[in-house]
Design a protein around this ligand. Structure first.
Ligand code: UT7
Length: 334
């Protein structure tokens, strides 16, 4: 059976850079640069400008990934698009991206709704579709626009200071003979905790889907039980990393590079320490991106390449935890 590997990586952040001080200066938010840096490791994040959408960010990241893969748009035959913040309720962003990148071709496009794990789940889908011979080159995109739905009052400050907007993309294609490519992926969910990190409105579960009362109560903003999410994130990311290593018959010592989801620097330091991975083998971008949810891992991948920390045949561990709860890990050869 043929194997699949990542052929090219792209990323894009919107131009508007928002330092912690800008949030500190919003009186109603009641936060500080010091609190944000100490508790999360974030110094600044990027927010879209009026009229700029997740699809806009995806176009930039995707074009770069296709160029880096030494391919042209004509070579792409499927889109997998991960986001928790689609431009519209429906259709999915994959369709909007298909129109922007491939207006003369009717290639398939699907959205994946697994929040912070969206990229790893999508990569697993792409891996299977390529291994089975169904497609040759799949564009896997993760984008997020959080800034248009954040509560800039003290009611939402725990969530608001964490999130940023951004996009990451990769092209997945056949690995050359003898190259193992993507080794294995593990994916989990535990829906009993769905309401510990979620956005309730607008919702088809309510009629009407959005009410003045819900808006006044701020129920259209994300809500999170931060401490609980933190604890589960550390436990599950360690657990699922061991799971993929065992499945692939590899050990922690074999890992050349660790690219964890970017939700909180303290989470990643704890995960790396519990796994026994040296910090030099880990790439974090949270200080300048904030949490960009489905986009964090491809952005980290791009940064690892920029820092020359990723070379042919390196063994790379990806892991993520987020809303759902969902968690996942992937082990792959570069
Ligand atoms: O990607 C999706 C997954 N998300 C995550 O993995 C996030 C997981 N959770 C976290 O990263 C952390 O729990 C937070 C960064 C959200 C919060 O940090 P924490 O160290 O767990 O703080 P805490 O919730 O225990 O709150 C400590 C204090 C509280 O005040 P009191 O009760 O001690 O007086 C909060 O009200 O910090 C207060 N606080 C803030 N203060 C200033 C909470 N948010 C803020 C804020 N600015 N933005």
């Amino acid at each position: 059976m043929r194997r699949a590997r990542i052929l090219g990586v792209g990323m894009y952040l919107p131009e508007r850079r928002v330092p912690n001080m800008e949030l500190e200066n919003i009186k109603e938010l009641e936060t500080s640069d010091e609190w944000i840096r100490q508790r999360t490791g974030i110094n600044f994040r990027h927010f879209v400008s009026e009229g700029e959408s997740g699809t806009d960010l995806a176009v930039h990241a995707s074009k770069q990934a296709i160029i880096e893969a030494a391919l042209t748009p004509e070579d792409i035959d499927f889109i997998i698009y991960a986001t928790l913040s689609p431009d519209y309720f429906f259709p999915g962003n994959g369709c909007f991206l298909q129109d922007r990148l491939f207006p003369d071709r009717t290639i398939g496009a699907m959205d994946v709704r697994t929040q912070c794990c969206g990229f790893i789940y999508s990569l697993a889908m792409a891996d299977s579709l390529i291994k089975s011979g169904h497609y040759d080159h799949i564009l896997v995109v993760g984008t997020e626009v959080h800034s248009t739905a954040l509560d800039f009052t003290s009611r939402g400050r725990d969530v608001t200071v964490l999130f940023g907007d951004g996009a990451g993309a990769v092209v997945v294609g056949p690995a050359p003979d003898g190259h193992p490519g993507i080794l294995t992926t593990a994916m989990h969910s535990e829906g009993k905790y769905a309401r510990e990190l979620w956005t309730e409105y607008p919702a088809s579960a309510h009629n009407p889907r959005l009410s003045h009362e819900a808006l006044e109560q701020g129920r259209h903003y994300p809500k999170m039980n931060g401490r609980m999410v933190f604890k589960h994130a550390v436990t599950r990311m360690v657990e699922v990393s061991h799971e993929v290593l065992a499945k692939a018959g590899r050990t922690v010592d074999d890992i050349d590079l660790f690219l964890p989801h970017q939700a909180n620097l303290r989470i990643n330091q704890m995960v790396a320490s519990q796994l026994g991975i040296q910090e030099e083998k880990m790439v974090n971008t949270i200080s300048w991106t904030g949490n960009t949810t489905a986009a964090t891992i491809p952005i980290c991948m791009h940064e690892a390449l920029r820092q020359d920390k990723l070379a042919e045949n390196n063994l790379v561990l990806l892991t993520a935890f987020g809303a759902g709860f969902t968690w996942a890990a992937s082990l792959l050869y570069w």
